[in-house]
Design a protein around this ligand. Sequence first.
Ligand SMILES: C[S@@+](CC[C@H](N)C(=O)[O-])C[C@H]1O[C@@H](n2cnc3c(N)ncnc32)[C@H](O)[C@@H]1O
Length: 217
Amino acid sequence: MTLDSNKGPTEWFEARVGVGPWEGERPTDSKYDPELLENGDKRNVVDAYRYWTREAIVADIDQRRHPLHIAIENFEHDANIGTVVRTANAFAVDTVHIVGKKRWNRRGAMVTDRYQHLMHHETVADLLEWAVAQGLKIVAIDNTPGSVPLETADLPRECLLLFGQEGPGVTQAARDGALMTCSIAQFGSTRSINAGVAAGIAMHAWIRQHADLSHAW
Ligand SMILES: C[S@@+](CC[C@H](N)C(=O)[O-])C[C@H]1O[C@@H](n2cnc3c(N)ncnc32)[C@H](O)[C@@H]1O
């Protein structure tokens, strides 16, 4: 099996079943997983990473991760964290921070958490202290009074975007520690959108401002 550079990153048809065993002479580079070469690769990874070991994939992404961190409050077991992790992986986010309860429902992550750095913080204060020490600017994302429209806000390059959970939204402690709170403009009847969707929109706002698109797949 050789990789077809004309195909898109998600192989629309093969993605459901992945690729079969490597055909022809097997590569010997240590980035390749002998078991995947032998049995095929059914993982949800882009073509460029077919047959690579997990460690090799993480190391490759590590070379070009964005200085963007994502944090989500998880005091009541938020069901959206998996979605947030998957989107963070797609945008080569540095680290996803879970604040509050350590356990979260991994189903929505679709195994992308294996390639994404994750960090747990007991409290918002712990997260803020860590972020400040790293030189990150904290931006809370919520549609609370006094928030700045995300659509026109200048997001810092070294940035931590902090999201709240369904129900309570971003805690007061998080907003107090943030440089600003940004809201996503809405036009319908609902008070808010799903936190996972909001995270995707906000991450992409950062990507539009700071990412080098020539490095995208
Ligand atoms: C479902 S919202 C709940 C809180 C919301 N403030 C409310 O009054 O219903 C959960 C999280 O999603 C994000 N979110 C949802 N809608 C948003 C919007 N229009 N602008 C910014 N963030 C939003 C925020 O991070 C928020 O904390």
